[in-house]
Design a protein around this ligand. Structure first.
Ligand SMILES: Nc1ncnc2c1ncn2[C@@H]1O[C@H](COP(=O)(O)OP(=O)(O)OP(=O)(O)O)[C@@H](O)[C@H]1O
Ligand SMILES: [Mg+2]
Length: 513
């Protein structure tokens, strides 16, 4: 089947044949790709093929079949005497058929019939042959045009359905094409960027754009290089770029084509994976070391205890043993922190009053508070619902946060502890905020404070906040930090009232009970 455009052209050709050259019965048959069949594509005054496509085997049947096979015109004065004849019009008596050729290539056959015997002269043959030459070119052009259009449509669909950004730029680096994928990734509509330079999209600036362009010109193409771009909202886009030079038919460079894949999500995920693998390794390693140290340390502690019970010790020696004992306690605390960090914690849940838990936790650090003359202001919300928690672990959270605050403030500093009930889309939670007016945390330190073994204190282990975060998250809660260098720090713990992990829901009792 020919396209609608081509069908119109064939129809018009037959029009000309009838009206200008006065042949009332004419048909155009087109050859298939393999050159085996002729298909009737348009006709005037011919029998209707009756729904079925009318086709003729080239070289095997029909006068048109012979003409197609021999690529020569043929006039048959009386079709009744020609066994090749296949009826075209109702009372056909004579026929003239001319091949439609582009050079030696067969496109089809132009066929004209008459109800009169010997209706066609040499003159008719000349006229129709001449006409056929022009018609063949027109038909072939229509076909080529259709092919181009289809190829263009296919390509267009392909480009528009790609989630990658596909762009082209001219020789001066000005954008000429900007795909739908590009609009999605960068946030700019084509109308906003066409005609502009692509250089400002490079997060590392024009230098980077120039460097990549240089590489492209030298090698003719670049493949999957990582480039950081900037989106319309200022967001950084981590991308993988493949680009090649575009050339015209003489091989002259006319511009460049770029395909940009957004790998931001992939990059973030792989960084997270790397980080968690690192943390897991640190965890494994430190637990192994902790295990190796734990037993000898217990034995040292026991021996010191035996020694200190001796009556004959001088007061100086007794003091030395006390210091040793104190240091061993400190070491054991570190080992315990390491175990807490690397072990999965088994929570022993009960419903607790957060205000009371805070009171108890502050009592634990009472000595330190007094030592540094730190004042504590309590802003507790009254009648808070009880929160499902592991009491011992949650006290560990609040003592750790209090100790950090005490360590951060100057002598006579202030710590404020606030509790409140919070309600948001995720449900209700109790919020505990510990604020201090200490030295604060710099923006550079900020990303590291929850990492294991990150400490800025000479006697710190750097496991305090790591464990705090782990315990809070095991309670389905989260922890946030706000800090200003030189002004103070504020840690807020959100504890949900109903948690999946706890087996508690907000209204009922434990599902495990
Ligand atoms: N309230 C705070 N004010 C200022 N800096 C803080 C505060 N809390 C934590 N930090 C910073 O975060 C770092 C990590 O804290 P974290 O509690 O994890 O370890 P640490 O206190 O150094 O050691 P430890 O394991 O003994 O708790 C601290 O060294 C400190 O630099
Ligand atoms: Mg600490």
């Amino acid at each position: 089947m020919v396209s609608a455009d081509a069908a119109k052209l064939l129809d018009e050709l037959l029009h000309v044949i009838r009206d200008l050259f006065h042949y009332p019965h004419a048909a155009i048959l087109l050859a298939d790709e393999a050159g085996k069949w002729l298909f009737l594509e348009a006709s005037r005054g011919y029998r209707k093929p009756g729904g079925r496509a009318f086709q003729i085997a080239i070289g095997k049947e029909g006068i048109t079949g012979w003409v197609a096979a021999h690529r020569k015109p043929l006039v048959v004065s009386d079709v009744r005497k020609d066994p090749r004849y296949i009826q075209g019009i109702a009372h056909g008596r004579s026929e003239i058929a001319v091949p439609l050729l582009i050079g030696r290539r067969l496109i089809g056959v132009l066929d004209v019939e008459s109800e009169k015997v010997g209706a066609f002269s040499r003159r008719d043959l000349r006229i129709l042959s001449l006409f056929a030459t022009q018609a063949a070119v027109a038909i072939e052009n229509a076909r080529l045009y259709q092919e181009c259009k289809e190829a263009k449509d296919r390509l267009q669909k392909l480009i528009e359905s790609s989630s990658d950004a596909i762009t082209t730029a001219d020789n001066r680096g000005r954008l000429v094409f900007w795909s739908k994928g590009a609009e999605d990734i960068f946030g700019y509509k084509a109308s906003e960027v066409l005609g502009q330079s692509a250089a400002p999209f490079y997060a590392k600036g024009r230098e980077e754009a120039r460097r990549i362009m240089g590489q492209l010109v030298r090698k003719g193409q670049v493949k999957n290089i990582e480039v950081d771009y900037l989106g319309k909202d200022g967001r950084k886009i981590f991308a993988s770029l493949s680009a090649s030079l575009l050339r015209d038919e003489h091989g002259e460079v006319t511009g460049s084509l770029g395909i940009i894949r957004d790998i931001t999500e992939f990059r973030v995920l792989s960084q997270q994976l790397l980080q968690s693998e690192r943390l897991a390794t640190i965890g494994r390693l430190s637990t192994q070391i902790a295990h190796e140290i734990m037993n000898p340390l217990s034995s040292i502690k026991m021996n010191i205890r035996i020694l200190s019970k001796r009556g004959e010790l001088s007061s100086n020696d007794r003091r030395r043993l006390e210091i040793a004992n104190f240091e061993i306690d400190h070491l054991q605390k570190i080992l315990q922190d390491i175990f807490d960090y690397s072990r999965t914690l088994e929570l022993n849940l009960s419903r607790e009053d957060v205000n009371e838990v805070l009171e108890k936790s502050l009592l634990m650090v009472q000595d330190r508070l007094e030592e540094k003359q730190v004042s504590v202001t309590k802003r507790f919300a009254r009648k808070l619902p009880r929160v499902p928690m592991d009491l011992v672990r949650m006290m560990q959270v609040f003592t750790n946060l209090s100790l950090n605050a005490i360590q951060a403030v100057n002598r006579g500093g202030k710590v404020t502890v606030t509790t409140r009930l919070d309600r948001n889309v995720h449900g209700r939670s109790v919020q505990v905020t510990l604020a201090d007016d200490g030295k604060g945390i710099s923006p550079a330190q900020r990303p590291s404070i929850f990492e294991p073994f990150y400490t800025t204190r000479s006697d710190g282990t750097g496991l305090g906040l790591t464990i705090v975060k782990k315990i809070v998250e095991q309670h389905d809660g989260r922890i946030e930090v706000k800090s200003q260098e030189g002004t103070g720090t504020e840690f807020t713990v959100f504890l949900p009232l109903g948690t999946k992990a706890s087996g508690f829901n907000e209204i009922g009792k434990s599902r495990r009970q």
